[in-house]
Design a binder for this molecule. Structure first.
Ligand code: ZN
Length: 461
């Protein structure tokens, strides 16, 4: 029988599929045609059946779906560790996101944003993240070309706000301006880069968005049939604001405006009451659980309760500023396992309120579902897009690797990511980026960083 020609065969790997049955196969192969997975099966069987144009030998590797970062800030890539340094020189003004984060973003030129995006997306791929959702940044039209170039998959949105309160003027807009820019960004970039780019609406924080703006964003997202990325229940100041303004808690306030719906993706979602969790469940609001940001600045997110209620929950890094520096989602799931066990397990003599495997699923398929993209990505199954990563099992830090699921969920980190495929294309091979010259990128980053920081410090000191 003549062999069927295909584009790529990944052979001899331990495959974590994240399919509904939770299948894990040893000595297995993935056949890829174009940007999609054609078949998964024993290596010998697929080698007999297919004639691949290219082969990746995954012996001694785990093959698993790429990580999905459900809450990211492209515009903060150069902000890594700045505030930690600044806080040693001066007392930071609260709230930090308003006084520093938005000011930092406001200060970036178009070229800075493009470089920030190139830097961020190359960084994501190197630690095994194949899809990200930007929370809404400055001029996403400057980020899109970097997304296209690096080969990553992602969701872009514009940062939107219209209430003053000490916010830099460059970042402010009007409801009419937000509608016009949102529509044109959507028209220009949604579905581009072979479908790797999606465009959403963004809503920064309820404190800096007027009721009229919230209604505009809600209506525009409905008109364009797209989603809205918001920050919600992230800080005590926000709960105080909502109660003072409306007598309602943040999610109740948004529900009262008809804002909550299955197309709303709420990052953080930490300080939620039972009634607000009911609202999330009723309206099928999805959640980006951002472990480092929550555990350092806010509190333990009610993840076990959310899963029990069937909410769509993914993991978010919240960018390099709030993540503790690294964009590596493996680190975030480890952090989450220990803090959630401490908060919801140990005090109740319940040793396992959540398992590492649940968190790995959350960081892949869970994230894809939270981003309304679960029909195409998040698991390795025939018909789905070929977005996958190869982790080495041949490192001293993971040997002996008896159980691929344990290695991937509990032991490995982005440091074990060797090869990354997005949309059927190899974007990282044996640790080397294929679309970006990493040395050249690092030189540009080192050259630009002091200039960006100097301009930022002139404004905030
Ligand atoms: Zn954020």
């Amino acid at each position: 029988m003549e062999k069927q020609p295909i584009d790529l065969l990944i052979s001899n790997g331990a495959i974590i599929t994240m399919n509904a049955a939770g299948d894990v196969f040893e000595n297995a192969a993935v056949a890829i045609q174009g940007n999609s997975i054609l078949e998964i099966g024993p290596t010998t069987q697929l080698e007999t059946k297919y004639h691949p144009a290219q082969v990746l030998d995954a012996a001694d590797h785990i093959v698993m779906p790429g990580m999905v970062d459900t809450h990211f800030h492209t515009g903060q890539q150069f902000e890594r560790a700045i505030l930690q340094r600044l806080s040693k020189e001066m007392k930071l003004r609260e709230p930090v996101w308003q006084n520093y984060l938005i000011t930092f973003e406001a200060n970036l030129s178009d070229d800075d944003i493009y470089l920030s995006a190139l830097f961020a997306y190359a960084n994501l791929l190197k630690v095994g993240t194949t899809t990200f959702a930007d929370a809404g940044g400055p001029r996403p039209e400057c980020m899109a070309p970097a997304l296209e170039k690096t080969g990553v998959r992602g969701i872009l949105a514009r940062s939107t706000l219209d209430l003053q309160q000490g916010i830099p003027l460059e970042m402010q807009d009007t409801p009419a301006g937000v509608a016009e820019k949102g529509r044109s960004l959507f028209k220009e970039w949604n579905g581009k880069a072979g479908g790797r780019i999606r465009v959403w609406m963004g809503m920064r924080q309820i404190m800096i968005c007027s009721r009229e703006l919230l209604e505009t964003i809600r209506d525009l997202a409905a008109e364009l049939k797209t989603n809205i990325h918001i920050h919600l229940a992230e800080g005590t100041y926000e709960v105080d604001f909502a109660i003072e303004k409306s007598g309602l808690r943040p999610a109740e306030y948004l529900a009262s405006l008809g804002f909550l719906a299955p197309n709303v993706h709420a990052a953080h979602s930490v300080l939620l009451s039972e009634k607000e969790l009911d609202l999330y469940q009723r309206y099928d609001v999805s959640v980006a659980h951002c472990p480092a940001a929550a555990f350092r600045y806010c509190g333990p997110t009610k993840v076990p309760e959310m899963l029990k209620r069937g909410l769509r929950v993914g993991i978010g890094s919240d960018g390099p500023l709030a993540s503790g520096g690294s964009l590596d989602l493996f680190r975030q799931i480890h952090l989450s396992l220990y803090v959630l066990s401490t908060a919801y397990g140990l005090p109740y003599r319940n040793p396992a309120p959540i398992l590492e495997e649940d968190l790995l699923r959350m960081a892949t398929l869970g994230g894809a579902r939270a981003l309304s993209w679960g029909d195409e990505i998040g698991s390795l199954e025939p018909g789905k897009k070929a977005d996958l990563i190869l982790l080495t099992r041949n490192d001293l830090d993971v040997l002996p690797s008896y159980d691929p699921l344990f290695t991937a969920a509990s032991n490995a980190s982005g440091a074990q990511v060797r090869t990354v495929v997005v949309d059927g294309k190899i974007v990282l091979k044996d640790g080397v980026l294929t679309n970006v010259d990493e040395e050249e990128l690092k030189a540009k980053v080192k050259e630009a960083a002091p200039k960006i920081v100097r301009r930022f410090l002139e404004r905030v000191q």
